[in-house]
Write a new protein. Structure first.
Lengths: 105, 220
């Protein structure tokens, strides 16, 4: 992740003030652990003041019958609109860079 | 201050390699199965029983992942089919790069069925696509019936859930109906098989599941 930040900041010739990431509920990544690792890795480096902004995203499924996309709560994967249990994951496994805040130099 | 959108997956490199693997499997008609479970649920035992069922000319191969030791590869190599150990040296999952490297010397065109036994772990393996077509998750009856609820990401992407060690059911308080119900809650589309690698119970159904898929693959 920091490699990508470095590559982007070099490409843009700008200082990165913050990095935004999206973390899905099913990504297997714990936001607090990521924050901890991020702090340890950036401590005493040029990235020390860079902020990590985490957007948590819930588990979503899409119904193959009626197309409804819905948030899965309490493991209920059946479609709340038509009742079909033929649904597939539409989100919730994200582990993505969303954006960087940069300061032009 | 300016906001620069990135919208890039952190694991994009893994996904790119997995897409290459998937394309290779499809081109050569190789059916790739990724086996995922906790440590000790019986992935290696199931593979041993499976390889023992096959005729010597069967075009099957196994990659097996562990943090250390090649014990599993040694166990599996006894059956005469190509087996390769991937030692992750600390990593708790296999990733697409490890699989690509391990497959580099194997001609995929001579493999119809490739089993990948992941590192025993119900969390991280689910985030790393290996290019597989099917995912099998094992849950043994000495574990909790609520594992599917505790690890929904893994069970939600299972094509088949194997409830293993059913020979122990008389001795453990495992409620198999509840386990089935929990699997259905997180993944209504998964097939469920009850198997014992010790007694051999359910292995016919497992073999049928394999043969149905390999036959479908051969007809594509």
């Amino acid at each position: 992740m920091l490699d990508a930040v470095e590559a982007e900041s070099l490409r843009l010739g700008a200082r990165v003030v913050a990095v935004g990431v999206k973390i899905g509920e099913l990504s297997g990544v714990d936001p607090e652990s990521l924050r901890f690792c991020f702090e340890v890795l950036t401590r005493n480096t040029e990235w020390a003041t860079m902020a990590l902004e985490i957007e948590p995203l819930p588990w979503r499924n899409r119904c193959r019958q009626c197309g409804e996309t819905f948030t899965v709560v309490e493991y209920r994967t059946e479609c709340p609109r038509c009742g079909s249990d033929g649904t597939e994951m539409a989100g919730g496994n994200e582990l993505e860079f969303a954006y960087m805040e940069i300061e032009e130099q | 201050m300016t906001r620069v959108p990135l919208e890039r997956k952190v694991l994009s490199e893994n996904d790119r390699l997995a897409a290459d693997l998937r394309e290779g499997f499809e081109r050569h008609g190789t059916w790739c199965v990724n086996l995922i479970s906790s440590p000790g649920s019986g992935k290696t035992a199931l593979l041993e029983r499976t390889l023992a069922l096959f005729e010597p000319q069967r075009r099957v191969a196994v990659l097996t992942g562990d943090i250390q030791t090649d014990n599993d590869a040694q166990r599996l190599a006894r059956y005469g089919f190509p087996v390769r150990q991937i030692c992750t040296a600390g990593a708790c999952h296999l990733d697409a790069r490890m699989v690509s490297r391990a497959l580099a010397e194997w001609p995929l065109k001579s493999i119809d069925l490739l089993f990948i036994e992941n590192v025993g772990n119900l969390v991280c393996p689910t985030s790393y696509d290996l290019g597989e077509e099917s995912r099998v998750v094992l849950l043994s009856v000495t574990e909790g019936e609520d594992k599917p609820l505790k690890y929904p990401a893994t069970f939600h992407r299972a094509d088949l859930v194997v409830l293993n060690k059913v020979d122990l059911l008389p001795y453990v308080p495992f409620r198999i109906d509840l386990a089935r119900e929990n699997v259905r809650r997180v993944q209504p589309g998964a097939a469920i098989l009850e198997v014992s690698c010790t007694s051999g119970a359910g292995l016919d159904a497992w073999r049928k599941w394999i043969e149905t898929h390999t036959a479908a693959k051969a007809n594509q």
